[in-house]
Design a protein around this ligand. Structure first.
Ligand SMILES: [Zn+2]
Length: 455
């Protein structure tokens, strides 16, 4: 009997899943507009991970899951936030964010895909639109901040109005139990359809539960502030997974391990990274993590010993880049340059390698080479505020003050810092003489008009 009820429930969820619902007065175009603003808000207020290896890997999982989704009004995007918090959320308009903290907690691609498939289901079921409509919040101006408060969790301490009116509204926008259940039940179907085993979702939730127990009352990870009733969820997912094939497609965990090694090496507390390194199966992944963790702990000799060896060059495609990065951090620029050059020769799309090389060129007073690399990086990440800042510093000093200010203005624009935009823009205006400079000003104005509506 129980079995029948569950099967019935699965079918029901399937049906509700076939077409996306239109939610009252909060239309798809309303949500898309809010989504863009929200995306700009999050990417300008939180540190985003740009490492192309990590980003491409995560987007690869996203694409696999997307192919299992019914036609969607939004193009789902996934970005990674650098934060030890155990969290992931789906903003309006299909903008999903995964924290490095939750990546660290997961041990396989399928487990990470489970977390993502749950978030994707919040998008396809339009849960945010549902909540906005339920609470009649669509007209309030600070919706972006309110939403951020509800999805990010109040423990983050960002300026998302904790304890204020917006804070209360944030609480109102949290997903309901029913929405969470639906996201699990629809999400697990996406997961299976994308070729992952259903039990991975149970495993992921068991890990989250363990973490909740470990973290104690005072520091419950934000994921649980928005995701109540974990015991109940584990129990119905355990029931559900029995109805799916027990095995997924054969997925090697090799790529997951490489990505996770980078996250542990660069986006994790070194003590935690050292604790977790032995759990990686590949010895080069372990070496990488240990080497950077020891470097952060100032155990330079041991750290260098681990990365010096050439053995891993053929095992990890980013080994040269990482070696260059290591020597860069150590201040051994000639060594750093040697390995970065090798890395770029191997893969000229690795804009992280270009980034470290540009910084070396900058410090070694080779402005032309630095500017070339920085401009190449901007082809991949045109809205990166930091790259524009560095470019501004170098161009201001070696090319002309005008180009210095115009890049500072771009940097401020992509950070959402209105005051600085105006300050640098007006300085650039006062300095523009040549036609080329006047054209650069025009281009900036167009970009400004595009972005200001998202503030
Ligand atoms: Zn959820």
């Amino acid at each position: 009997m129980k079995r029948k009820i569950i099967v019935f429930f699965i079918i029901l969820v399937w049906i509700s899943n076939i077409s996306f619902a239109s939610v009252g007065d909060f239309t798809i175009s309303d949500e898309a507009k809010l989504g863009k603003k929200f995306y700009v808000y999050i990417t300008t207020h939180f540190p985003i991970v740009y490492d192309p290896y990590i980003v491409n890997y995560i987007r690869g999982i996203a694409n696999r899951l997307k192919s299992a989704l019914p036609p969607q009004p939004f193009d789902i995007t996934v970005d990674v936030i650098y934060s030890p918090q155990i969290n992931a959320f789906a903003g309006p308009g299909g903008h999903v964010f995964v924290y490095t903290g939750i990546i660290v907690l997961m041990d396989t691609e399928a487990e990470l895909a489970s977390v993502m498939s749950h978030e994707f289901a919040h998008v396809t079921q339009r849960h945010i639109a549902e909540s906005i409509k339920r609470q009649k919040l669509f007209s309030i101006g600070s919706l972006v901040g309110v939403l951020a408060g509800s999805l990010v969790g109040s423990s983050v301490g960002h300026a998302v109005a904790v304890g204020s009116v917006a804070g209360v509204k944030s609480a109102m926008l949290k997903h309901t139990r029913k929405q969470e259940r639906e996201a699990d039940q629809v999400g697990i179907q996406y997961l299976v359809k994308a070729g992952y085993p259903a039990f991975a979702m149970v495993k992921a939730f068991l890990k989250l539960k363990k973490q909740k127990v470990l973290s104690g009352e005072n520091s419950v990870p934000p994921y649980f502030l928005t995701h109540p009733g974990i015991e109940e969820r584990i129990s119905y997912l355990e029931q559900m997974q029995k109805f799916f094939p027990s095995k997924g497609r054969n997925i090697s965990n090799k790529h997951f391990e490489k990505m996770k090694a980078l996250v542990l090496a660069h986006y994790t507390d070194p003590d935690l990274a050292l604790d977790l390194a032995p759990r990686l199966k590949d010895q080069c992944c372990r070496r990488l993590v240990k080497s950077f963790a020891l470097l952060k702990k100032n155990k330079i000799k041991e750290a260098e010993q681990l990365i010096k060896d050439d053995y891993c060059e053929k095992k990890l495609e980013f080994w040269d880049r990482e070696k260059g990065r290591f020597y860069f951090r150590l201040g051994k620029m000639a060594d750093a340059l040697k390995y970065l050059n090798r890395a770029i020769k191997l893969n000229d799309k690795d804009y992280f390698a270009l980034y470290f090389r540009a910084r070396i060129y900058g410090e070694e007073q080779q402005p032309k080479l630095a500017i070339d690399d920085l401009n190449k990086i901007l082809e991949f990440v045109p809205f990166d505020s930091e790259i524009h800042t560095i470019l501004g510093r170098i161009m201001g000093r070696y090319v002309s003050p005008f180009y210095g200010y115009i890049h500072y203005a771009y940097a401020a624009l992509y950070k959402g810092d209105k005051d600085r935009v105006n300050k640098y823009w007006s300085r650039a205006k006062s300095l523009a003489r040549s036609n080329q400079e006047k054209m650069a000003l025009k281009k900036f104005e167009q970009e400004y008009n595009k972005w200001k509506k998202y503030w």
